[in-house]
Design a protein around this ligand. Structure first.
Ligand SMILES: C[S@@+](CC[C@H](N)C(=O)[O-])C[C@H]1O[C@@H](n2cnc3c(N)ncnc32)[C@H](O)[C@@H]1O
Length: 206
């Protein structure tokens, strides 16, 4: 998977995406936002916001900055909110935000899509304030699962439609040792999809 192919694929999906994805992901999306315990005035960053299916669940008063590689997906997202949201065309692997500038980051269905998931996670972690939270709702290879021949083939097929079911979450966080993970729970499809909450430690200097 690469940015050029993703741009083409998600331009095609943009008008259909909500009809394909809204109903069966709705409960998991609400849980992901709830885990962040967002407060009015806090700054939430959503890389790979897509068509903005998460936006209606975000509590009033939260300052939202949302980005996506695909202008066509962002065009759909812009239709969803009356409140001002900062929308940016950007690459989740190279965020145009300063270190520690966000209270929370939402990574729904993006780590399985960006070309380099660990780099996207590292960037999300960089822009997060100490004490801030990252919520993830996505599909990963179940921990301890063997990558069978069938799964390799299935992974190849599913990658042709713009997402990879064979990434391991452990691999996503390889660049951020010491992350605290108070939640890692099965969500949809027998635990193929998971809900994960990560908290960035506050480092105190003695
Ligand atoms: C499966 S959709 C998920 C969208 C949304 N987060 C959701 O939960 O519905 C994946 C999104 O990632 C975007 N994307 C793909 N590669 C990206 C990249 N390198 N940087 C930012 N967004 C990217 C796609 O354009 C698409 O909108």
């Amino acid at each position: 998977m690469n940015n050029r192919d993703n741009l083409q694929l998600y331009r095609l999906y943009a008008p259909l995406y909500d009809r394909l994805m809204r109903a069966w992901t709705a409960t998991a999306r609400r849980k992901a936002i709830d885990m962040l315990q967002l407060q009015p005035g806090e700054r939430l960053f959503i890389p790979g916001v897509g068509t903005g299916l998460d936006l209606p669940n975000i509590p009033a008063g939260v300052c939202i900055v949302a980005g996506d590689l695909s202008p066509a997906m962002l065009h759909q997202a812009r239709k969803k909110l009356q409140e001002p949201v900062g929308f940016i065309v950007m690459d989740a692997q190279e965020l145009p935000l300063p270190d520690g500038s966000c209270d929370a980051v939402l990574l729904n269905l993006i780590l399985s899509v960006v070309p380099n998931g660990p780099v996207a996670m590292q960037e999300a972690w960089r822009v997060l304030k100490p004490g801030g939270h990252v919520a993830v709702f996505d599909k990963f290879l179940p921990e301890g699962s063997r990558l069978s021949g069938f799964r390799v083939l299935l992974g190849w097929l599913i990658r042709q439609i713009g997402t990879d079911p064979n990434r391991q979450f452990r691999e996503m966080i390889r660049n951020i040792p010491g992350a605290h993970m108070p939640v890692d729970a099965p969500s949809l499809l027998n635990g193929l999809y998971r809900l994960i909450l990560m908290t960035k430690p506050v480092v105190t200097v003695a």
